[in-house]
Design a protein around this ligand. Structure first.
Ligand code: 3PG
Length: 390
């Protein structure tokens, strides 16, 4: 992929806008895992060391686009964490006009998903953002699959744009997967069902085993016509996944951990024994261990998405079992996504993983061979002759 990178540009005295992905897991207002912040630091430090002023833009979670700050989704905890890491103040601004008026060297805009037009890739918002900087640096690899105003439309309005150091690192590492050694195993879970389910067909062609857990597995179990009670599923996709459930290389859990609510004690049951009041909160760890041979024989393993509600101790065992089997296998292993990194970290296996990608959904789309809109826009920009500021 032909992109321009941060290091191709002179930055001294210029205003740089940096799009990062600080969509980190939070619990009670505290950051559970800082990997996405830490991995953005080299780009941030490079820009500041070059003598540029910097405006950092990120999203966090999926708030309503109201143009108002919603406390639960505020970037405040992240700004505080960044201050400690950089040992300098990070001024969090709630709107674009406060950014325009400020003369400080390091600013952060509040969650860009508060702003109307972000998710619809709106030109007006993109133009306003572009008006705040001389050069735009895209380093949110984990959000590159979203065509949003701050990842994609902005490229139509900035004079100069390039990719940051994290995107460079991610692309170099993931290129290795293009010629990945077989057998290839992908473990797919998590709650973002509508992002991931449509990719399964494309992934199936490339892998030897696709092990499903989380909301994705629940949706497939519903497609088998089984009772899934109050489990998290994507009803609109149930008929679409019917064709997948009989594929030889798809592995669905045969036993799961259920409860009436997430505070209740877990019960292990066969997948055809759920009642209307049960919800699936984890895959049985015994079931995961029954797949040990597949993990041991794999040459490449990719994991995205926890098997269940791993934040609750009683529903963390299936996810921990996956983490431990990957850590013990001799395969080249890649894990990706905020929750997956957090789960692997809680299981104490991060040091045994070969590559940790900051991306979840974007990683899967990349592996499925889809074009990521933000990278495509950067590439188009790199080919424009007028963009000659290097
Ligand atoms: C992610 O965590 O995968 C990215 O931050 C994108 O988040 P989204 O699925 O809410 O767009």
């Amino acid at each position: 992929m032909q992109l321009k990178y941060l290091t191709d540009y002179k930055l001294s005295g210029r205003k740089v806008m940096l799009r990062v992905d600080f969509n980190v897991p939070l619990k009670d207002g505290h950051i559970v895992n800082e990997e996405r912040i830490d991995r953005s630091l080299p780009t941030i430090q490079h820009i500041l060391n070059e003598g540029a002023s910097l405006i950092i833009v990120s999203h966090l979670g999926r708030p309503e686009e109201t143009n108002e700050v919603q406390k639960e989704f505020s970037l405040k905890p992240i700004a505080l964490s960044l201050e400690k890491k950089l040992k300098m103040p990070v001024d969090l601004k709630r709107d674009l006009s406060s950014i325009k008026q400020s003369s400080e060297d390091l600013l952060m805009l509040e969650n860009i998903r508060f702003f109307k037009g972000e998710k619809s890739n709106d030109s007006n918002l993109a133009k306003d953002l572009a008006g705040l900087c001389d050069i735009f640096v895209m380093d949110a690899f984990a959000t590159a699959h979203r065509a949003h105003a701050s990842t994609t439309a902005i490229l139509d309005f900035v004079d100069q744009a390039c990719a940051g150091l994290l995107i460079k690192q991610e692309l170099q590492a993931l290129d290795r997967i293009d010629n990945a050694e077989k057998p290839i195993v992908i473990v797919l879970g998590g709650a973002k069902i509508s992002t991931k389910l449509p990719l399964i067909n494309a992934l199936l062609d490339k892998v030897d085993h696709l092990i499903l857990g989380g909301g994705i597995a629940n949706t497939c179990i519903a497609a088998q016509g089984l009772e899934i009670g109050k489990s998290l599923i994507e009803s609109s996709l149930v008929s679409e996944v019917k064709s997948l459930i009989n594929e030889d290389n798809v592995i669905l859990p045969s036993r799961v951990l259920v409860a009436e609510n997430k505070e209740a004690e877990a019960r292990e049951v066969d997948i055809d024994s759920l009642t209307k009041n049960d919800a699936i909160f984890d895959v049985s760890p015994t079931f995961i261990h029954s797949l040990q041979k597949i993990f041991n024989e794999a040459a490449t393993i990719v994991w995205n998405g926890p098997m269940g509600l791993f934040e609750q101790d009683q529903f963390s065992l299936g996810t921990q079992a996956v983490a431990n089997l990957i850590a013990r296998s001799e395969a080249y292993s890649i894990i990706g996504g905020g929750d997956t990194i957090s789960a692997a970290s809680m299981s104490g296996v991060l040091d045994s993983i070969n590559y940790i990608s900051t991306a979840g959904g974007a990683l899967l789309e990349y592996l499925a061979g889809k074009s990521l809109p933000a990278l495509a826009a950067l590439q188009k920009k790199a080919l424009e002759r007028v963009d000659n500021g290097a």
